[in-house]
Design a protein around this ligand. Structure first.
Ligand code: ZNA
Length: 293
């Protein structure tokens, strides 16, 4: 009897104790989880310091340089960037997450002005700065806002991760590569007339890497009813080797690939206006002293 009588409070105590232990376990494991998340080290650098001020400042700067774009709501654009990545695993950001940002940043691109590039990042932007005849993604509103910057959010928590972010190839769907894929697709879709592409004739390997954004995103997103021609410029470094040109095997394969997307193709080796820029920058080298320009 007494055993029975005493058993009730003991069972109650046991139950209470088990519950307390469970609550404590859940609490401790979630705290450890949060700590892990905080300490998580990605291979890339963290979000650029002062990101908000830079993006909002670039937004107003772009409007002052390009009045034709009209009035953009700069804090609204910032909010869309924030909403695309915050409270999300930075390795699980898809192009879809940037859809609203791409919509608020939409812009018309004049026909015949698009200049795409692959492995010519430096030269292509020196060229567009010098001539202002062409528009690269980085000269569009969306590309201008985020060019050269780093950003990523934190799983389940608001704001950005300033400690580290996934590097380009660290995971398939990271905040940086998904953004550039989404914005490149939007740019290619908005392009019309002759679309130019500056490729690197002195770089190793194929003229356009199989996994490049140019091949995987930009070509498939061009509208053959609006794009009259894809004009490939193959530029060698002014003192570099001529590893690829219009008649190289990989260039002919690229031609097939472009034509396979119902787009007209043309190719030009060492397009003179670009070579003239290379020579303006290196007037004393032998290749530039042939009175050709
Ligand atoms: N402004 C940018 O930071 C940027 C612009 C980044 C990525 C893509 N873009 C677009 S796509 C650009 O406006 C061109 O029109 C397109 C070029 O992309 P691509 O064909 O893949 O050419 P690329 O030279 O191989 O890569 C372009 C840039 O992408 C590089 O300068 C890197 O910033 C980045 N990138 C691409 N692949 C990798 C990478 N970074 C690290 N590892 C990679 N494997």
């Amino acid at each position: 009897m007494s055993w029975h009588g005493a058993s009730r409070p003991v069972t109650k105590d046991l139950r209470m104790g088990t519950m307390l232990a469970l609550v404590l376990m859940v609490f401790v494991s979630s705290a450890i989880g949060q700590q892990k998340d905080q300490a998580k080290k990605y291979k890339g650098t963290g979000t650029t310091s002062n990101l908000r001020n830079i993006v909002i400042g670039r937004c107003y700067h772009y409007m002052s340089l390009n009045p034709s774009i009209g009035d953009k709501n700069c804090t609204g654009v910032w909010q869309e960037l924030l909403d695309a990545v915050q409270r999300k695993d930075p390795c699980k950001i898809t192009q879809e997450d940037y859809k609203r940002l791409t919509l608020v940043a939409a812009q018309t691109i004049p026909c015949d002005k698009t200049l795409l590039w692959s492995r010519t990042n430096d030269l292509v932007h020196r060229y567009t700065r010098a001539t202002e005849n062409f528009v690269t993604l980085e000269d569009t509103f969306l590309g201008f806002l985020l060019n050269g910057l780093m950003w990523c959010g934190k799983s389940l928590r608001p704001g950005f991760n300033f400690k580290s972010c996934p590097a380009w190839n660290e995971c398939d769907h990271n905040s940086i590569s998904s953004f550039w894929k989404m914005s490149s697709a939007a740019f290619a879709r908005a392009s019309c007339g002759v679309v130019n592409v500056m490729l690197n004739g002195s770089a190793d390997g194929d003229i356009a890497r199989k996994e490049s954004i140019f091949r995987t995103v930009e070509i498939p997103n061009m509208d053959p009813t609006r794009v009259s021609e894809v004009k490939v410029w193959i530029i060698d470094d002014i003192q570099g080797e001529d590893k690829n040109s219009c008649d190289s095997k990989s260039t002919l394969e690229l031609k097939q690939y472009i034509e396979g997307h119902k787009l007209k193709y043309s190719c030009i080796d060492n397009y003179r206006p670009v070579q003239a820029l290379q020579c303006a920058e290196n007037p004393d080298i032998a290749a530039c002293k042939q009175c050709k320009y």
